[in-house]
Design a protein around this ligand. Structure first.
Ligand code: E4P
Length: 218
Protein backbone atom coordinates (compact mmCIF):
# COMPACT_ATOMS: atom_id res chain seq x y z
CA UNK A 1 0.00 0.00 0.00
CA UNK A 2 1.28 3.47 -0.88
CA UNK A 3 1.48 6.21 1.76
CA UNK A 4 0.66 9.76 0.68
CA UNK A 5 0.82 12.67 3.11
CA UNK A 6 -2.20 14.98 2.99
CA UNK A 7 -0.77 18.46 3.54
CA UNK A 8 0.65 21.50 1.76
CA UNK A 9 3.06 22.21 4.62
CA UNK A 10 6.62 21.89 3.28
CA UNK A 11 8.15 21.06 6.68
CA UNK A 12 5.67 18.22 7.22
CA UNK A 13 6.26 16.98 3.66
CA UNK A 14 10.04 17.02 4.29
CA UNK A 15 9.60 15.18 7.60
CA UNK A 16 7.37 12.54 6.01
CA UNK A 17 9.84 12.17 3.13
CA UNK A 18 12.79 11.82 5.52
CA UNK A 19 11.09 8.83 7.16
CA UNK A 20 11.77 7.01 3.89
CA UNK A 21 8.29 5.54 3.45
CA UNK A 22 6.50 8.31 1.58
CA UNK A 23 5.12 7.64 -1.89
CA UNK A 24 3.36 10.91 -2.69
CA UNK A 25 1.45 13.98 -1.54
CA UNK A 26 -2.14 15.15 -1.80
CA UNK A 27 -3.21 18.76 -1.38
CA UNK A 28 -6.54 20.52 -1.66
CA UNK A 29 -7.59 24.20 -1.74
CA UNK A 30 -8.23 24.20 2.02
CA UNK A 31 -4.75 22.83 2.77
CA UNK A 32 -3.17 25.42 0.42
CA UNK A 33 -5.17 28.22 2.10
CA UNK A 34 -4.04 26.96 5.53
CA UNK A 35 -0.43 27.61 4.43
CA UNK A 36 -1.40 31.08 3.17
CA UNK A 37 -0.55 30.22 -0.46
CA UNK A 38 -2.51 32.56 -2.73
CA UNK A 39 -2.26 33.87 -6.27
CA UNK A 40 -1.46 31.89 -9.43
CA UNK A 41 2.34 32.27 -9.31
CA UNK A 42 2.63 31.40 -5.62
CA UNK A 43 0.39 28.35 -6.04
CA UNK A 44 2.40 27.07 -9.01
CA UNK A 45 5.71 27.72 -7.20
CA UNK A 46 4.42 25.84 -4.16
CA UNK A 47 3.50 22.75 -6.20
CA UNK A 48 6.96 22.87 -7.81
CA UNK A 49 8.57 23.06 -4.37
CA UNK A 50 6.63 19.95 -3.29
CA UNK A 51 7.75 18.12 -6.44
CA UNK A 52 11.36 18.95 -5.58
CA UNK A 53 11.02 17.29 -2.15
CA UNK A 54 9.08 14.15 -3.07
CA UNK A 55 9.69 11.92 -6.07
CA UNK A 56 6.15 10.55 -6.29
CA UNK A 57 2.67 11.53 -7.38
CA UNK A 58 1.62 15.00 -6.18
CA UNK A 59 -2.09 15.86 -6.40
CA UNK A 60 -2.87 19.48 -7.30
CA UNK A 61 -6.54 20.40 -7.36
CA UNK A 62 -8.30 22.52 -9.98
CA UNK A 63 -10.41 25.42 -8.74
CA UNK A 64 -12.54 25.78 -11.88
CA UNK A 65 -15.88 23.98 -11.83
CA UNK A 66 -16.66 24.19 -15.56
CA UNK A 67 -15.21 21.76 -18.13
CA UNK A 68 -13.19 24.34 -20.12
CA UNK A 69 -11.79 25.90 -16.96
CA UNK A 70 -10.79 22.51 -15.55
CA UNK A 71 -9.03 21.57 -18.80
CA UNK A 72 -7.07 24.81 -18.99
CA UNK A 73 -6.10 24.74 -15.28
CA UNK A 74 -5.29 21.03 -15.37
CA UNK A 75 -3.09 21.36 -18.44
CA UNK A 76 -1.11 24.17 -16.79
CA UNK A 77 -0.71 22.11 -13.62
CA UNK A 78 0.37 19.01 -15.55
CA UNK A 79 3.05 21.02 -17.35
CA UNK A 80 4.67 21.93 -14.04
CA UNK A 81 6.20 18.50 -13.44
CA UNK A 82 5.68 14.90 -14.68
CA UNK A 83 4.65 13.85 -11.14
CA UNK A 84 1.70 16.23 -10.97
CA UNK A 85 -1.69 14.50 -10.75
CA UNK A 86 -4.61 16.77 -11.61
CA UNK A 87 -7.20 16.54 -8.85
CA UNK A 88 -10.73 16.96 -10.20
CA UNK A 89 -13.99 16.97 -8.24
CA UNK A 90 -16.66 14.32 -8.84
CA UNK A 91 -19.10 16.39 -10.88
CA UNK A 92 -20.52 16.02 -14.41
CA UNK A 93 -17.90 18.42 -15.82
CA UNK A 94 -15.28 16.76 -13.63
CA UNK A 95 -16.00 13.32 -15.11
CA UNK A 96 -15.77 14.76 -18.64
CA UNK A 97 -12.49 16.46 -17.74
CA UNK A 98 -11.10 13.19 -16.31
CA UNK A 99 -11.94 11.43 -19.59
CA UNK A 100 -10.17 14.21 -21.52
CA UNK A 101 -7.06 14.10 -19.30
CA UNK A 102 -6.96 10.32 -19.41
CA UNK A 103 -6.97 10.37 -23.24
CA UNK A 104 -4.13 12.93 -23.14
CA UNK A 105 -2.05 10.76 -20.76
CA UNK A 106 -2.42 13.25 -17.88
CA UNK A 107 -2.81 11.60 -14.46
CA UNK A 108 -5.95 12.42 -12.45
CA UNK A 109 -7.29 12.04 -8.94
CA UNK A 110 -11.08 12.12 -8.74
CA UNK A 111 -11.85 13.77 -5.40
CA UNK A 112 -14.90 14.20 -3.17
CA UNK A 113 -16.15 10.67 -3.77
CA UNK A 114 -18.78 9.48 -1.29
CA UNK A 115 -20.51 6.57 -3.05
CA UNK A 116 -19.69 3.41 -4.98
CA UNK A 117 -21.60 4.73 -7.99
CA UNK A 118 -19.38 7.82 -8.12
CA UNK A 119 -16.29 5.60 -7.89
CA UNK A 120 -17.58 3.47 -10.78
CA UNK A 121 -18.02 6.60 -12.92
CA UNK A 122 -14.49 7.80 -12.07
CA UNK A 123 -13.01 4.45 -13.12
CA UNK A 124 -14.99 4.37 -16.36
CA UNK A 125 -13.75 7.90 -17.14
CA UNK A 126 -10.18 6.62 -16.71
CA UNK A 127 -9.15 8.28 -13.44
CA UNK A 128 -5.70 7.29 -12.20
CA UNK A 129 -6.88 7.55 -8.59
CA UNK A 130 -10.28 7.74 -6.94
CA UNK A 131 -10.50 9.45 -3.54
CA UNK A 132 -13.32 8.24 -1.29
CA UNK A 133 -13.37 10.34 1.92
CA UNK A 134 -13.43 7.92 4.86
CA UNK A 135 -13.40 10.40 7.76
CA UNK A 136 -16.02 12.74 6.32
CA UNK A 137 -18.43 9.81 5.91
CA UNK A 138 -17.74 8.71 9.49
CA UNK A 139 -18.49 12.32 10.52
CA UNK A 140 -22.06 11.90 9.25
CA UNK A 141 -22.56 8.48 10.87
CA UNK A 142 -21.90 6.48 7.68
CA UNK A 143 -19.23 3.77 7.58
CA UNK A 144 -16.40 5.23 5.45
CA UNK A 145 -14.37 2.02 5.51
CA UNK A 146 -17.34 0.06 4.18
CA UNK A 147 -17.25 2.31 1.10
CA UNK A 148 -13.54 1.53 0.58
CA UNK A 149 -14.35 -2.19 0.75
CA UNK A 150 -17.20 -1.80 -1.74
CA UNK A 151 -15.03 0.10 -4.25
CA UNK A 152 -12.10 -2.31 -3.95
CA UNK A 153 -14.56 -5.17 -4.68
CA UNK A 154 -16.17 -3.44 -7.66
CA UNK A 155 -12.84 -2.52 -9.24
CA UNK A 156 -11.61 -6.11 -8.78
CA UNK A 157 -14.77 -7.46 -10.48
CA UNK A 158 -13.92 -5.63 -13.69
CA UNK A 159 -10.16 -5.20 -13.48
CA UNK A 160 -10.32 -1.40 -13.43
CA UNK A 161 -6.84 0.12 -13.25
CA UNK A 162 -8.01 3.14 -11.19
CA UNK A 163 -6.25 3.06 -7.81
CA UNK A 164 -8.33 3.35 -4.65
CA UNK A 165 -6.84 6.24 -2.69
CA UNK A 166 -8.47 6.25 0.75
CA UNK A 167 -8.68 9.94 1.70
CA UNK A 168 -9.78 11.79 4.82
CA UNK A 169 -7.98 9.12 6.83
CA UNK A 170 -7.94 10.55 10.33
CA UNK A 171 -6.25 8.00 12.61
CA UNK A 172 -4.03 4.96 12.73
CA UNK A 173 -6.87 2.42 12.78
CA UNK A 174 -8.37 3.94 9.64
CA UNK A 175 -5.01 3.39 7.97
CA UNK A 176 -4.56 -0.18 9.21
CA UNK A 177 -8.11 -1.12 8.22
CA UNK A 178 -7.60 0.39 4.75
CA UNK A 179 -4.57 -1.90 4.44
CA UNK A 180 -6.65 -4.92 5.53
CA UNK A 181 -9.30 -4.08 2.95
CA UNK A 182 -6.71 -3.65 0.20
CA UNK A 183 -6.84 0.08 -0.59
CA UNK A 184 -4.03 0.89 -3.03
CA UNK A 185 -3.12 4.16 -1.28
CA UNK A 186 -3.95 6.06 1.89
CA UNK A 187 -3.52 9.78 2.27
CA UNK A 188 -3.44 11.21 5.77
CA UNK A 189 -1.80 13.82 7.98
CA UNK A 190 1.82 13.22 9.05
CA UNK A 191 0.80 12.35 12.63
CA UNK A 192 -1.20 9.35 11.38
CA UNK A 193 1.89 7.96 9.61
CA UNK A 194 4.18 8.57 12.59
CA UNK A 195 1.43 7.18 14.87
CA UNK A 196 2.16 3.77 13.33
CA UNK A 197 5.49 3.82 15.19
CA UNK A 198 3.92 3.79 18.62
CA UNK A 199 3.53 0.83 20.94
CA UNK A 200 4.14 1.00 24.71
CA UNK A 201 5.69 -2.49 24.71
CA UNK A 202 8.31 -1.25 22.23
CA UNK A 203 9.22 1.59 24.61
CA UNK A 204 9.27 -0.71 27.65
CA UNK A 205 11.25 -3.37 25.78
CA UNK A 206 13.85 -0.89 24.54
CA UNK A 207 14.29 0.64 27.99
CA UNK A 208 14.86 -2.86 29.44
CA UNK A 209 17.37 -3.84 26.72
CA UNK A 210 19.35 -0.63 27.30
CA UNK A 211 19.24 -1.03 31.11
CA UNK A 212 20.47 -4.65 30.89
CA UNK A 213 23.26 -3.60 28.51
CA UNK A 214 24.29 -0.83 30.91
CA UNK A 215 24.45 -3.27 33.86
CA UNK A 216 27.31 -5.24 32.31
CA UNK A 217 28.96 -2.38 30.39
CA UNK A 218 29.03 0.23 33.14
C1 E4P B 1 -8.18 14.23 0.04
O1 E4P B 1 -7.42 14.25 -0.89
C2 E4P B 1 -8.41 15.36 0.95
O2 E4P B 1 -7.36 16.28 0.76
C3 E4P B 1 -8.38 15.01 2.40
O3 E4P B 1 -7.98 13.67 2.63
C4 E4P B 1 -9.56 15.46 3.16
O4 E4P B 1 -9.38 15.13 4.52
P1 E4P B 1 -10.26 15.81 5.67
O5 E4P B 1 -11.65 15.27 5.56
O6 E4P B 1 -9.60 15.38 6.95
O7 E4P B 1 -10.20 17.29 5.44
Amino acid sequence: MKFFVDTANLNEIREAHDLGVLDGVTTNPSLMAKEGIKGYDAVMAHYKAICEIVDGDISAEVIATDYEGMISEGENLAQLHPNIVVKVPMTKDGVKAIRYFSQKGIKTNCTLVFSAGQALLAAKAGATYVSPFVGRLDDVATDGLQLIEQIVGIYANYGYQTQVLAASVRHVMHLVQCAEIGADVVTCPLNVITGLLNHPLTDIGLAKFLADHKKVNA
